[in-house]
Write a protein that binds this ligand. Structure first.
Ligand code: BES
Ligand code: MN
Ligand code: ZN
Length: 495
């Protein structure tokens, strides 16, 4: 889908479907009012008849308005004028997008982003609109037999901005949105695929394909013999029960100056987490195919940067494997030696994410990164603490944490800071090894992060626990594409 920002008002625009914002009480946005005049006040008549109250999230399609600039008009409720906010703006967009996609329009013109939205500038007004429509258009890779559902016809979204002054910012907004949508769609595709399709080798193949498609990307794939040579005993202990070979994927994006230190993105790529010998309970175990979303977000973010030709150096590092029980699986009590030399007593084989990440974090040092960010569906405790709204962020650097928090707020892909460090790390003590891979239930998200913290001494590091935000459960089960928007926003802010 193509996204365009336009400063031309609704009056002169011709479109298959104009989306006209209406506040409670019948107040139209300035551009929708323009359109109404061009349509001989037909929208006003519909409102006077009492057919549409403008409640936030309501929509009403007026399919045949006769001759005029718009073949259809979709009324989009904006709620009360007084409560008008970033949240209601995004909510109205989220409601309008599926309604536009359901009708037959190939081209749509948004007339609700022109006016002021509190705390949102022209760039983000346009970016949110394009991002939410792009995300709504996403379709899960179809593995259902029978007729494929037709893709929506909409192939062009035009976002009207207030005037000439806003145009350049809005154009940048839709450009960045298109890249975020491309990246997040890759992330969602990979995460939604079942674990028998999306294996570590499959992820490696996707990384190679990205490198072929974009000249600034280079991919290197390491197999198990190389991981052994590197001494990645922690990573290898997780894959030992599986018949699928593990991979370490290294994806370099070089868009910045030759000498400038890269940002390292380390993504947890457990393509299926059964728990291993510490087997998980059956209910919802299928959702552990999403346990590679951190990895998928790294690939998606690198793709978005390449689409934008962003002027930054980034290295993606993805340890990818399965966590399975078998005769060769790691057993509770086994002691493994990490690449850093520190030994770990594996008290629970279901705390596997930290074991693959610690070796990948150690590996990241060879790139002398300016900052290292790991992204992982790491703990159920994080979901208990924060629910589905915010990812957790833990960091050993306040400036980096603040930058990521700010990027999350701006991109509406937010995170919330939780503590990490010595006092939580102490809960991991072991009688037999340097430390254990689990502590008690208390503060589980922070003890997991503090395990990683032991491997990033001297690095500027942040950890994003996305266990609650990576995917939705229930009737709308599926990957959300988070936190690609957050990561792209952060990385662009560094350029
Ligand atoms: N992949 C899970 C974490 C997870 C749980 C992600 C629920 C998404 C939803 C992780 O590998 C895991 O199993 N963590 C354990 C750690 C525990 C054994 C200390 C957990 O959270 O239960
Ligand atoms: Mn686990
Ligand atoms: Zn896991």
């Amino acid at each position: 889908m193509e996204f365009v920002a336009e400063s031309r008002g609704g009056r002169r625009a011709r479109t298959d479907c104009a989306v006209a914002g209406v506040h409670e009480g019948g107040e139209l946005t300035a551009e929708a009012a323009d359109l109404d005049r061009a349509l001989g006040r037909r929208i006003t008549r519909v409102l006077r008849q009492g057919d549409f109250a403008g409640r936030l999230g309501d929509t009403l399609l007026l399919p045949d308005l006769g001759p005029g600039p718009a073949a259809r008009v979709l009324l989009a409720g904006l709620g009360s004028r007084k409560g008008w906010s970033r949240r209601s703006y995004r909510r109205a967009l989220s409601a309008a997008a599926p309604a536009v996609l359901r009708c037959g329009a190939r081209d749509a013109l948004l007339l609700l982003s022109a006016g002021d939205v509190p705390e949102v500038d022209a760039y983000y007004r346009a970016r949110y609109a394009a991002e939410l429509f792009g995300q709504a258009r996403y379709q899960i890779p179809a593995l259902k037999s029978g007729r494929r559902p037709k893709p929506p016809r909409l192939d062009r979204l035009r976002v009207a901005c207030a005037g000439r002054a806003d145009l350049a910012a809005a154009q940048r907004g839709v450009l960045h949105a298109a890249a975020v949508v491309a990246g997040a769609s890759l992330t969602r595709d990979l995460a939604n695929l079942p674990a028998n399709v999306c294996t570590p080798s499959h992820l490696a193949g996707v990384a190679r394909a990205l490198a072929r498609a974009h000249r600034r990307i280079r991919a290197r794939i390491l197999g198990e013999p190389e991981l052994k040579r590197l001494g990645m005993g922690a990573f290898l202990s997780v894959t030992s029960g599986s018949d699928e070979p593990a991979r370490l994927i290294v994806l370099e994006y070089r868009g910045g100056k030759a000498g400038s230190a890269p940002v390292a993105l380390v993504g947890k790529g457990v393509t299926f987490d059964s728990g291993g010998i510490s087997l998980k309970d059956p209910p919802a175990m299928d959702e552990m195919k999403f346990d590679m979303t951190g990895a998928a977000a790294v690939l998606g973010t690198v793709k978005a940067l390449a689409v934008l030709e962003a002027r930054i150096n980034v290295v993606g590092i993805v340890p990818a494997c399965e966590n399975m029980p078998s005769g060769s699986a790691t057993k509770p009590g086994d002691i493994v030696t990490s690449m850093s030399g520190q030994t770990v007593e594996v008290l629970n084989t279901d705390a596997e994410g930290r074991l693959i990440l610690c070796d990948a974090l150690t590996y990241s040092r060879r790139f002398r990164p300016a900052a290292v960010i790991d992204i992982a569906t790491l703990t159920g405790a994080c979901v208990i603490a924060l629910g589905q709204h915010h990812s957790a962020i833990m960091s050993n650097n306040d400036a980096l944490a603040e930058q990521l928090l700010a990027a999350g707020r701006r991109s509406a892909d937010s995170c919330w800071r939780l503590p990490v460090g010595e006092e939580y790390f102490e809960q991991l003590k072991s009688n037999f090894a340097d430390f254990a891979n689990v502590a008690g239930r208390d503060g589980g998200a922070s003890t997991a992060a503090s395990f990683l913290w032991r491997f990033v001494d001297g690095l500027t590091w942040a950890h994003l626990d996305i266990a609650g935000t990576a995917y939705q459960t229930g009737a709308s089960k599926g990957s959300t594409g988070r936190p690609v928007a957050l990561l792209v926003d952060y990385l662009l802010s560094r350029t």
